[in-house]
Write a protein that binds this ligand. Sequence first.
Ligand code: NAP
Length: 259
Amino acid sequence: MGRLDGKVALVTGAAKGIGAATAELLAREGAKVMCTDVDETEGQKVVDAIQDAGHTASFMTHDVTSEEAWEKVAGETQRSFGGLHVLVNNAGIAPEGIPIEDLPFESWKRTLAVDLDSVFLGCKYAIRLMKECGGGSIINISSIMGLVGTPRSSDYNAAKGGVRLLTKVAALECAEAGYNIRVNSVHPGYIDTPLVRGVVERSEEASANELMGMLTMLHPIGRLGTAKEIGQAILFLASDESSFVTGAELVVDGGYTAR
Ligand code: NAP
């Protein structure tokens, strides 16, 4: 028996990092998984690996900032898999690393679009589908940066802080309406994914090795997290094991925010 047998899941940003690891875990636990991303090549590879392991998944190209794209993905998920029970709003981009006084307004708007507008749109379309299926679980990927501030990260902090509170409002609305839909946020510390590798490689402040060392020291547990460790937390929130958890923020950060 899988922990998600009979469920349909949609994972955005599933081509890499946390999204890819999560899609694989959810499929292994019995969910039919719709994987979406802007990166079609890598996304299709994730789906091929899931199918080769004997599980069920499909890929759709999907820009999470587009409402039209969300309508298409919701419709296709319904047609292919018969409904939706789990949404992981995971797709995201890193901050530009620029102080507020120099940050171009266009950069601010781009980060807010990918990291926050996407979560609003995902919740909107998932609630509509899930209430027809008798309920579900929405998991919004925020960050430790949705809990504490970081210099030169105003765009990302604002977006991820927004995800935290948007999650609570969605949880309250769904509970009040009696939809049996739970909505929670996950707050990872630094996780070793292409996103973090990209930030480290672009840095002009220190060498990649020095920066990885500095990031490691921010985590009392003494290392960065893995995508699979975030996937395991998401799996718990997706499954019925978390049936009394809604509006919560699950921090998975190796102790980063404990000090
Ligand atoms: P990742 O390795 O960069 O994977 C994210 C995926 O999302 C990529 O395939 C990316 O495609 C895709 N994507 C970007 N913009 C998109 C868009 N508009 N529509 C659809 N897909 C899009 O990132 P990750 O580290 O796994 O992060 C996943 C989530 O966790 C993000 O929300 C991130 O903010 C959050 N998070 C990550 C960390 C961390 O340390 N890694 C910590 C806290 C929170 P491209 O590569 O082509 O852009």
